[in-house]
Design a protein around this ligand. Structure first.
Ligand code: MEV
Length: 316
C-alpha cells in the first residue's frame, strides 16, 4: 500500500512562531510517497533515494541520538515506533519524493516523517492523527539541532491551511482552498539550526525591538487568516509582501537571491511573494494567478521554479 504526505510552506509567521506567536502554514502539492508492505520475517528494510538504505532485524533496532547520516532520521522514527508499541512483524518501506531535500523552505523532512508514520499506522494503527505532532516533534527537533517549533507537522498531517502556535500548542485548520503557487528554489542550503539561533541572538540583544517585530508579524497572521477565509488574494498577497519586508529588513534572514525573486515576481504581476521558512536561502513563494504563472517562471530563469498549489490535502 502507498501513503503520502505534502511538504508545506509558511504563508506567515516563520521565526515568530518560535517565540510563541501564531503563524499560518499551508500544505503544498509536492509530496513524499511511502510504499509499505509487511514482511514474512522480522526484518525492517528501508529504501529511499533521498535518505539512503537500511536493513535490520527488529530486535536490533535502536533509537538514534544524533543524526550523523540522513537515514538515521528514518531509523530513529521506526525504532521508536516499534519499541513503543512492541511490534513483532517486519516491514519494507520504499520512499520517493517530489520535494527537493536540501534547499529548505518546503519541509521535506516533515513530509517524510508524516508519510512514514502514516504508512506504519495504516498497518498497525497505533497513533491517532491528532497525536502526530506530539509523536513526531522529537525527530523534527533533532533534525534542526533542537531548535524547531515543528508546526509544519500540522499541515503535513491535516492539509489545507493551519493557523498554528506553540506554548501552548494550538492548531486551527482554516480549510482546503486550493490556490496556484510558485515555489522558487534558491538552491542555497539554509539550515534552520543556523537561522533560528541567528534570530535568537538578535532577540537577546534587543528584546523590546524584537517583541515589536513579532507583534507586527502577528497582526499580519490575523489579517492573513481573514484573507484566506474571504478568498481575497489581493489582500493575501499584500500581507505576504509585508511579511517578507519584515523578515528581510527587521529580522535579517533574507538573501539577495530571495529578494531578487520577490522583486521580479511582483514586477510581473504576482499578488504577493515572500521567503518561506528559515530564510538565508531556501525558497521563495509566489502567489499568482494561473494566467501569469508562465511569464514569471520565464523571468525567474536563474532559479528552479516549482509550479504547484497550496491548500491541498494532508497525509493519507
Ligand atoms: C523553519 O522552517 C521555520 C522557523 O520558524 C523555525 C521553526 O518554526 O521551527 C524559522
Amino acid at each position: 500500500m502507498q501513503t503520502s504526505a505534502p511538504g508545506n510552506i509558511f504563508l506567515f509567521g516563520e521565526h515568530a512562531v518560535v517565540y510563541n506567536r501564531p503563524g499560518i502554514i499551508s500544505a503544498i502539492g509536492l509530496r513524499t510517497y511511502c510504499e509499505i508492505e509487511k514482511n514474512e520475517d522480522s526484518l525492517i528494510n528501508i529504501y529511499s533515494e533521498g535518505y539512503g538504505e537500511f536493513s535490520a532485524k527488529i530486535e536490533n533496532l535502536k533509537p538514534v541520538g544524533n543524526y550523523a547520516e540522513r537515514i538515521d532520521l528514518l531509523c530513529d522514527l521506526i525504532s521508536t515506533y516499534y519499541r513503543k508499541f512492541k511490534i513483532k512483524e517486519g516491514v519494507t518501506l520504499k520512499i520517493t519524493s517530489d520535494i527537493p531535500k536540501d534547499s529548505g523552505g518546503m519541509s521535506s523532512s516533515t513530509a517524510v516523517l508524516c508519510s512514514v508514520l502514516e504508512g506504519l499506522n495504516k498497518i498497525f494503527q497505533k497513533v491517532d492523527k491528532k497525536d502526530y505532532y506530539e509523536f513526531l516533534l522529537p525527530f523534527q527537533k533533532k533534525i534542526h539541532g533542537g531548535n524547531a517549533s515543528g508546526v509544519e507537522l500540522f499541515s503535513s498531517t491535516f492539509g489545507g491551511y493551519n493557523k498554528v502556535r506553540i506554548g501552548p500548542v494550538r492548531c486551527e485548520n482554516l480549510g482546503e482552498l486550493k490556490l496556484p503557487i510558485l515555489i522558487a528554489d534558491t538552491e542555497i542550503e539554509a539550515k534552520t539550526s543556523e537561522t533560528v539561533p541567528y534570530v535568537r541572538n538578535g532577540w537577546e540583544k534587543d528584546k523590546n525591538s524584537y517583541e515589536d517585530i513579532f507583534y507586527r508579524i502577528r497582526q499580519l497572521v490575523e489579517e492573513g487568516k481573514k484573507a484566506i477565509k474571504n478568498h481575497d488574494l489581493v489582500v493575501l498577497g499584500n500581507l505576504m509582501i509585508k511579511n517578507h519586508e519584515i523578515l528581510a529588513k527587521d529580522l535579517g534572514v533574507s538573501h539577495p537571491k530571495l529578494n531578487k525573486m520577490v522583486e521580479i515576481a511582483l514586477e510581473n504581476g504576482a499578488y504577493g511573494a515572500k521567503l518561506s521558512g528559515g530564510g538565508k536561502g531556501g525558497a521563495a513563494i509566489i502567489l499568482v494567478s494561473k494566467e501569469k504563472e508562465d511569464k514569471i517562471i520565464e523571468k525567474l530563469n536563474f532559479c528552479k521554479v516549482y509550479k504547484t498549489e497550496i491548500g491541498v490535502n494532508g497525509c493519507k
